[in-house]
Design a protein around this ligand. Sequence first.
Ligand code: URP
Ligand code: ZN
Ligand code: ZN
Length: 464
Amino acid sequence: MSSYLIRNGRIVTATESYIADLLIEGERISHIGTDLKESLNESLNDYVEVDATGKYVFPGFIDPHVHVYLPFMGTHAKDTYETASKAALIGGTTTLIEMCCPSREEDPWEAFQLWKSKAEGVSACDFTFHMGISRFDDNTEAKLRRIVDAGITSWKVFLAYKGFFGVDDSELFKTLELASRMGIIVTAHCENESMIAELQKRLLSEGKTGPEWHESSRPIQVEAEGVQHLMTFAEMTKAKVYIVHTSNDLAIEAALRGKARGVDVSVETVIPYLVLDASYAQQPDFEGAKYVMSPPIRSKDQQPKLWQHLRQRNIATVATDHAPFDFTGQKEMGRDDFTKIPNGIPTVEDRVNLLYTYGVRRGQIDLNTFVDCASTQAAKLFGLFPRKGTIAVGSDADIVVYDPAYRGIISAKTHSMATDYSAFEGWAIEGKPSHVWVRGKLQVEEGKFKGDMRHGQFLRRTVQ
Ligand code: URP
Ligand code: ZN
Ligand code: ZN
C-alpha cells in the first residue's frame, strides 16, 4: 500500500482546527505536524503527495444508521453493498453501521450471518451492525451472547412495526435488562404502534389515502410517547439507550426528562428532518411518496428547533436512516393506500454534503460540531473510538479531504445509489469530498471512486 503525505490542509476534529501535514503509512496515521516533508526528511520515501491547501482534512464520517439489505413492507431495499458503500465513500462516509433487522420468525444468529454475508467481500467501506431484536424468548440470551462475542456490541429494538420487527413490553424489558447486565447499548425506534394503527385506520376510512396523510398517522405526540415509554424502561433497567431518527422537539424533551432522571440516553436525528419539511410529502401526483419515512418529515417549524438541539449537543449524532426504495414499482405499491408505501429515503451519499452546506455554510453549526455529530460521537457511542472518528497518530487512516470551493447539484442522474430518484433532486451543494481514504487506501480521488470494491472490512467491536 502506498504512503500518502497530505500537505497543508486544515485538520478539523470534534475539538480542534489547525493547519498541518498528515502522513499515512499502511492503514494508519503515522505523523501529524507542520513541514513534515522537511522534518521527516530521510525517513520519508516512496510516498504520494496530496496538496490540501485551502481544503479541510476531516476524519472519515460514520453513518450509525443505515439499511442496505432490508426486507420490508413487502419488498426489499434497493441498494446492495456495491452501490451503497461506493455512494457512501463518494459522499465522505467511510464506515457504515447497518441495522440487521430479522423478522420475529428468523433465528438471530442466522440473520446476523445473512446480513454480514451481504457485505463481506463486496464493500468498499468499513462496516458493522446493530443487532435487531424482534423476539425475546428462552433461547434469545444465548444467541445474543454469541453475536456479542462475534463483535456486535449494540442492539436495536423497534417499538413500532409490531408483529414484524416490533417487540412487546415484556420483551423490551428483558432485552434492556440483559443489555444492562452485558454493557450493551440499545438503539430504539420510538413510536407508539397502537396509536399509529388506530390513526391509520381512521384516516383510510375517511378516504385519506395519499402520502400527504402519512404525517397525520404518526404525529409528534406518538413519537414522544414512544421515547417516554423507552425512558421508563431504561430508568428501571439502567440500560444505556440511543434513540434513532428523532424528528421533533417533543420527543427530544422526553429524552431530556429521562436524562434528568439519570437515564444514560443519546439522541440521533437524521439529515432529512434537518432540511426537509412536511410539504414535500404533500406534493401532487404521488410525488410526495418519495418523502415518506417513519417517523415522518415534520412541519417546517421543527427545523430551527432541531438545529438548536444539535448546537446544544442534545442531539449527539446526525445519521441518514438510509432506506432506499425506487419510486417506480416500490413507492408505487402504496398508490391507493399510504400505509403501503415502503418507508424510507435514500440519503447515504448526500448526508455529509447536505450537513456541511445547510448546517455549516448557513451558520447553523460550527465545523467542530459538524465533525462531532457526523463522525466522532458515533465512534464513541458504538465502540470504534479512537480507532475511528478522529484524526490522531495511530488512528485508522480514514480521511476525507474536503473541498469547500466545490459547487454542484444533487441529481439521481449522477448519484451512485441504486434508486431511480433523489429526494434532493436539483439541490445545491457547496462543498464535496475530493479525496477519501479507508484504512490508508485511497478510494476516492478528485471526487470519483477509483478504489477497491473489496477493501471494506467488518469491524469487530468489544464491550467497553
Ligand atoms: O422510514 C424508515 N425509517 N424506514 C426504515 C426503517 C426504520 O424504521 O428505520
Ligand atoms: Zn426506524
Ligand atoms: Zn432505520
